[in-house]
Design a protein around this ligand. Structure first.
Ligand code: ARG
Length: 418
């Protein structure tokens, strides 16, 4: 091994991380190894990425196909948990970070590196997620964030690259900052920075304009086994394929656009536009199946814990003890979340038109309003209410009615028999 200390950089192939390869060598004296995770986003192809990394000065370039683990170990548990940050964001970007951190740590150990690096700026959530996840997995590794540390804007970076012969892609600069993986696409900046501005159509890449989507829409059936989707319209699919197909079907029907002003961990409110067709369709379907598979008390507590799961993922605490503890709770709730859901996607809206579970708690003979076949004990209801309402009757007798309303004087018509 060489005498220079090694650093493994999370590398996208874009301007920031290409300049970072050079900067880590020049400014900090590192020998740089790059690691690019394929999570099914809009990335460049593997050969192009490794070439670019080596040309930028890396001594080795790894490209890892991590789509399967991503969906199986990060996305699906979060779907089962029903976790949406602030009730809407399916967490695509946030879920990718702990996995990328894990891959950086793996490569660092394999390559004998003493540090890892990422291209996050100092204003976002992602820097927190990378730094915290790396620390949780390998506290001995140093974490470097060149873009957070250097004092360069885009023009300076381009000049830096030109002066050192680093080739920069000749594509026109997008006014947006985009991050994408199988679970969704996150877009910010540009005209979106004014929360009053309607997102221009050019922002969207995975979803049709709901107003222009086919009026009839499309209907399909999703089968879940213990809270995890396993097949689409009767066809069993591996996780990454199922998500990919749903992105296409739901996306072409305009489903999955989320326009949200969110609360970042670093204290900033930011306007984000997300596209997550599969995530929106799957969360809707999964929640529908839980309505028949979970008891009321479990369902109600689970809602509160879903919010906790979402917050901890958002805050970069994936590798913390709370996630482990919540995962045990969620897993236990999912035991009977097996069955199928019929879903319709049309003009931007997902509707559930049917749900059934193998061990459904829904009982027709208890629920029916028909006298025939009704097994519900109406007499028992009388006794139940007698005791259920006892404390309030007692309170009224002893302490008086809480709301001692005067008779409401409302317009009325009265007719009496002569
Ligand atoms: N706000 C989202 C999150 O914190 C997405 C952040 C990355 N987005 C981007 N366009 N680079 O998870």
């Amino acid at each position: 091994m060489s005498a220079r200390r090694r650093c493994v950089l999370a590398y996208s192939g874009g301007l920031d991380t290409s300049v970072a390869v050079h900067w880590l060598q020049e400014e900090l004296g590192f020998e740089v190894v790059t690691m690019t995770a394929d999570l099914g986003g809009e990335g460049r192809d593997a050969a192009a990425v490794t070439d670019r990394a080596l040309r930028a000065g890396a001594v080795a370039a790894h490209v890892v196909d991590a789509r399967r683990v991503f969906v199986e170990h990060f996305v699906y548990p979060t779907l089962s948990a029903g976790a949406l940050y602030e009730g809407v964001y399916p967490l695509a970007t946030a879920l990718a970070r702990p996995l990328i951190a894990k891959l950086l740590v793996d490569v660092a150990r394999e390559e004998g590196a003493v540090a890892v690096a990422h291209g996050c700026t100092g204003k976002g959530n992602d820097q927190v997620r990378f730094d915290v996840a790396t620390g949780a997995l390998a506290p001995e590794l140093e974490v470097v964030a060149p873009v957070r540390d250097w004092d360069m804007g885009r023009p300076q970076e381009i000049a830096y690259a030109a002066a050192r012969g680093i080739d920069v892609e000749a594509t026109v600069e997008s006014p947006y900052s985009v991050d994408a993986n199988l679970w969704g696409r996150s877009v910010e900046a540009g005209v979106l920075e004014d929360p009053w501005n309607q997102p221009p159509e050019e922002v969207f890449a995975w979803t049709a304009d709901p107003a222009a989507a086919p009026a009839d829409g499309e209907e399909f059936t999703i089968v879940f086994e213990s809270g995890v989707p396993v097949s689409l319209d009767g066809e069993r699919l591996v996780p990454e394929e199922l998500v990919l197909r749903l992105n296409t079907v739901a996306g072409r029907n305009g489903v999955g656009r989320i326009d949200h002003v969110e609360n970042r961990l670093v204290g900033i409110k930011s306007r984000e536009v997300y596209e997550a067709p599969a995530a929106v369709a799957l969360h809707t379907a999964h929640a529908a199946l839980e309505t028949v598979a979970l008891s009321r008390d479990v369902a109600h507590l689970k809602r509160q814990l879903s919010a906790e799961w979402a917050r901890l993922v958002y805050d970069g605490l994936w590798f913390g003890a709370l996630r482990n503890a919540l995962a045990a709770f969620v897993a236990s709730t999912q035991e009977h979340v097996s069955g199928e859901v019929r879903v319709r996607c049309a003009r931007g809206v997902v509707t559930v038109s049917g749900r059934r579970a193998q061990r459904s708690l829904y009982s027709s003979s208890l629920a029916t309003y028909d006298r025939d076949g009704d097994t519900f004990d109406h007499g028992a209801a009388r006794g139940f209410i007698e005791l259920f309402g006892l404390p309030l009757r007692n309170q009224a007798r002893v302490q008086g009615a809480l709301e001692d309303l005067a008779p409401l004087s409302l317009p009325r018509q009265v007719k009496r028999a002569h």
